[in-house]
Design a protein around this ligand. Structure first.
Ligand SMILES: Cc1cc2nc3c(=O)[nH]c(=O)nc-3n(C[C@H](O)[C@H](O)[C@H](O)COP(=O)(O)O)c2cc1C
Length: 230
């Protein structure tokens, strides 16, 4: 499971999917440098390059997993630094439910099985037990521009595609930064950076059921239109 360097761009983009189960196998530092280097070829507004990538493993990551879990179980409200907005409604909510249904079906988690559902949620807060977690942050002084989030999002998508092209799997996730003070403390994120998103990263476990999920996209005709064409 996963891509390789011989794949075309289309094969990488079409093949990539979010990975939520990982092999217990470390990821070489040099390989992470390579994929982050590729991601950083992304364009940015006025070439500001507002991003930072904090690559976390080992003890600090275990402390983040533990801190996140403790706070969630204690009923601590979310404390994100990157705005979440209103709960989804309409078609967006439907798509959210659809992917959850796909994941639960693959995992064999029944609708009424509250314990297993809770376990699944906690798995996300543990960064899906991945060997590596990348925390994406941006320079606080650029935080008043929406371009900053745009640029970091673009680079993060490039990052997961670059990782896939090297056989690695990732899942971009908000769960990892829901308790941002935990991340800030154990990852030592400086105050002049805002914590935006987490990316779990590692070698995909081909036997982990949820890794089989391949999410559909809305139809091209519903997303694009041509103007001024014949
Ligand atoms: C900004 C963002 C936040 C996400 N947060 C989570 C998350 O907290 N937990 C999770 O399991 N997946 C999360 N995902 C993964 C999405 O569910 C996934 O990208 C989407 O369903 C499309 O599936 P694919 O990545 O396999 O193509 C997130 C993705 C993005 C881009």
């Amino acid at each position: 499971m996963g891509g390789n360097e011989n794949q075309t761009f289309s094969e990488v983009v079409q093949g990539r999917k979010s990975i939520r189960g990982y092999l217990d196998k470390p990821v070489p530092r040099q390989l992470i440098e390579e994929v982050v280097g590729l991601a950083m070829r992304s364009p940015t507004s006025m070439n500001t390059q507002p991003w930072h990538f904090h690559i976390i493993t080992g003890e600090p990551l275990d402390k983040i997993r533990k801190g996140n879990t403790e706070r969630i179980l204690a009923g601590e409200p979310d404390s994100r630094e990157f705005r979440m907005g209103e709960p989804f409604a309409g078609v967006h909510r439907e798509r959210q439910i659809e992917v959850a249904k796909q994941l639960f079906a693959e995992m064999g988690i029944e609708r009424e099985d509250k314990d297993s559902r809770q376990d699944w949620v906690l798995r996300g807060f543990r960064q899906f037990d991945a060997p590596v977690c990348v925390i994406v942050t941006y320079d606080r002084e650029l935080g008043t521009s929406d371009d900053t989030a745009f640029d970091c999002g673009a680079a993060t998508t490039a990052l997961v595609n670059a990782a896939w092209s090297r056989g690695l799997g990732c899942v971009i996730n908000s769960q990892g930064i829901m308790q941002s003070p935990v991340v800030r403390k154990h990852a030592g994120i400086p105050d002049d950076q805002v914590i935006m998103k987490a990316v779990a990263m590692g070698w995909p476990d081909p036997d982990f059921p949820a890794n089989a999920v391949y999410t559909p996209r809305k139809e091209l005709k519903d997303a694009m239109r041509f103007v001024g064409f014949d």
